[in-house]
Design a protein around this ligand. Structure first.
Ligand code: ADQ
Length: 466
C-alpha cells in the first residue's frame, strides 16, 4: 500500500506535551492511523540557526520529520503572514489584517525550505496530503523540484469570496499556486465554490465538463469534505468521565444549577465577546435564570504572540468582570472564565452535564467542539446545542438551535429556549444530530479525501499527472 505523507504546520510527536489545543492536531493524528506513514512539519522549536534537515523520530509505527524555525521565520511566516494576514482574511476580518511584504517573503521562503527538505524524504509511490493555510504554495514548489506524486490539499478554515480575497496584495499568486495540487478540499460547498469563483473570475482557469478546474496543462479536482470526529471514542470518554473526580467537583460546585459551556481556543473568530454579551442579555431579560445557570467558558491562550489575540484577552477579562460585578451573589458566580487548557476527555465529561453547549463563532471552517458536544450527550437526557449559522458545522447540525452570533438578543433567546426546552424536544433534536455525526466521522473524512485524491489522478492523462 502506498505510504501517506502528511504535511502540517505542527507535528504532534507522541508524548509532545507542548502541543496546544486545536482541531488539526486531533484530526491529522487519527488520519495517519491505519496506513502508517510520515508526518512532516514544524517541531515547535524556535532556534537561532535551524538545521536544514529535519529531526527524524519513529514511534508507534509512524515516522516523524520535524523542522525547527528561526526567530525571524517564526515571526514572518507563522505569527506574521499565516496568522496576522491569512487567518483574519480567510475569516472575513479585513480590519484585522496586518500585511507586510517582509512577512509574505518569509512565508514563501519557509515554504521553499520545507519543500527542499521534504523532497529528500519522498518516495515515488507516496501520496502527499498537505494541510491548511500555512502551506498553500508548497505543491507548486515541490512540482518545481520535480515531484510528480499525487498531492492533495485540505483547507481547515473558510475560503473567502473573491471580493474579500482581492484585498490581499498578491492574491492571484496564492490562488494560482493551489492549482499545483491534484485535489483541493474544503470544509463546505460554500468554501469550495468561493475558490472556484476566485480562479475563474481572476482568469486563472476554467471548468471542464466534469467540473474540474483546467489551468494550462493542469486539471484540478475540488471538493467539500467536512471534517468529522471519532464519535464512538468521544462518546466513550464522556460516559467514563461523567463521574470523574474533575466532573464531580464541577457538578458539586454548581449546587444544582444548570451548566452552560463554551470551549474554544482564545481566538477572535470564535465570537466569545458577543457570547458573553448574550449571557448578560439573558440574565438581564429573564430574571428567573439568575442564580439558576452558570456559564463556564474554557479558552486557553492561543497565538499570544499576535497583537490581536492579546487585545481579545483583555476584552474578555473586562467583560467577565463586568457581568460578574453586575450579577454575582455571595454563593453564585455567573461566569467562570478559564484560560488554562483542559484535556479533551475531561471536557467530554463536562459536556455531558451541560444543559447548553454554546458554540457561536463569527466564522469557522467547521468547529469540532459543536460535534463533540453532541457526541458527549446522554441519550436519555441530552443537552441543547446553540450553534452559529456561520460555523461549517451548521450545514450538518441543522437540528441545533441555529443563531446569528452578531445578534446578541437572538442568542440570548436561544439560550433561554434551550434552558426551558422539554425533554422530548431535546431528545428529538439530539437524535437527529447524532445520526448526522455517524455519517461523517473522522474516519469517513480521511477515507473520502484520500479516495478523491486517488480518483483525481486516475482520471488524468499520463502527461498531465505532474
Ligand atoms: P480550531 O480553530 O482549533 O480548528 P475547532 O474545530 O473548534 O477549532 O477544534 C477544536 C479541537 O481542539 C477540538 O477537538 C477541541 O476539542 C479542541 N479544543 C478546542 N478548544 C479547546 C480547549 N479550550 N481545550 C481543549 N481542547 C480544545 C481548525 C478550524 C476549525 C476546524 C478544525 C478542524 O479553525 O474550523 O473545525 O480546524 O478542521
Amino acid at each position: 500500500m502506498a505510504r501517506l505523507v502528511i504535511v502540517s504546520n505542527r507535528v504532534a510527536i507522541p508524548g509532545d506535551r507542548a502541543l496546544k489545543a486545536g482541531g488539526l492536531a486531533v484530526a491529522r493524528k487519527e488520519s495517519l492511523g491505519p496506513t502508517g506513514g510520515l508526518w512532516f512539519g514544524w517541531s515547535g522549536q524556535i532556534v537561532a540557526k535551524p538545521p536544514a534537515n529535519p529531526k527524524r523520530i519513529s514511534a508507534e509505527g509512524m515516522d516523524y520529520a520535524a523542522l525547527d524555525l528561526s526567530p525571524e521565520e517564526h515571526e514572518t511566516y507563522y505569527a506574521g503572514f499565516s496568522n496576522a494576514t491569512l487567518w483574519p482574511l480567510f475569516h472575513y476580518r479585513l480590519g484585522l489584517i496586518d500585511f507586510r511584504r517582509a512577512q509574505l517573503k518569509g512565508y514563501l521562503a519557509v515554504n521553499a525550505r520545507y519543500a527542499q527538505a521534504l523532497v529528500e524524504l519522498i518516495r515515488p509511490d507516496d501520496t502527499i496530503w498537505v494541510h491548511d493555510y500555512h502551506f498553500i504554495p508548497l505543491a507548486e514548489m515541490l512540482r518545481r523540484l520535480g515531484v510528480k506524486n499525487p498531492i492533495g490539499f485540505f483547507l481547515h478554515i473558510p475560503f473567502p469570496a473573491p471580493e474579500v480575497l482581492s484585498a490581499l496584495p498578491g492574491h492571484e499568486q496564492l490562488t494560482h499556486s493551489l492549482l499545483a495540487y491534484d485535489l483541493v478540499g474544503f470544509q463546505t460547498e460554500i468554501d469550495r465554490h468561493a475558490f472556484e469563483r476566485c480562479v475563474i473570475e481572476h482568469g486563472q482557469g476554467t471548468l471542464d465538463e466534469t467540473g474540474r478546474l483546467v489551468s494550462g496543462e493542469r486539471r484540478v479536482t475540488t471538493g467539500a469534505y467536512p471534517v468529522g470526529i471519532d464519535v464512538d471514542e468521544f462518546a466513550g470518554w464522556a460516559e467514563k468521565n461523567a463521574s470523574s473526580r474533575e466532573t464531580k467537583n464541577l457538578v458539586d460546585s454548581l449546587s444544582g444549577r444548570k451548566l452552560m459551556i463554551g470551549v474554544d481556543r482564545l481566538d477572535y473568530s470564535k465570537g466569545i465577546p458577543k457570547r458573553f454579551e448574550a449571557f448578560e442579555e439573558l440574565l438581564g431579560t429573564w430574571s428567573k435564570h439568575r442564580r439558576n445557570v452558570t456559564f463556564l467558558q474554557v479558552a486557553p491562550i492561543s497565538r499570544g504572540e499576535v497583537a490581536q489575540y492579546r487585545s481579545l484577552r483583555r476584552e474578555l477579562e473586562a467583560l467577565a468582570g463586568r457581568i460578574n460585578g453586575k450579577y454575582a451573589e455571595v454563593d453564585w458566580t455567573p461566569v467562570r472564565y478559564i484560560n488554562k487548557p483542559v484535556a479533551r476527555p475531561t471536557l467530554a465529561g463536562f459536556y455531558r452535564h451541560a444543559r447548553i453547549g454554546l458554540v457561536t463563532p463569527v466564522r469557522d471552517g467547521m468547529n469540532l467542539v459543536a460535534k463533540e458536544y453532541v457526541a458527549a450527550q446522554n441519550p436519555e437526557d441530552p443537552g441543547v446545542l446553540v450553534l452559529s449559522h456561520l460555523a461549517g458545522a451548521a450545514h450538518e447540525l441543522q437540528a441545533a438551535l441555529l443563531v446569528n452570533p452578531f445578534d446578541v438578543e437572538s442568542v440570548a433567546e436561544a439560550i433561554h429556549r434551550g434552558l426551558v426546552m422539554p425533554l422530548e424536544e431535546r431528545r428529538e433534536r439530539w437524535a437527529e444530530m447524532r445520526t448526522v455525526l455517524g455519517h461523517t466521522t473522522q474516519q469517513d473524512w480521511t477515507r473520502r479525501f484520500l479516495a478523491a485524491l486517488g480518483a483525481a489522478r486516475e482520471t488524468l492523462p499520463a502527461d498531465a499527472a505532474a
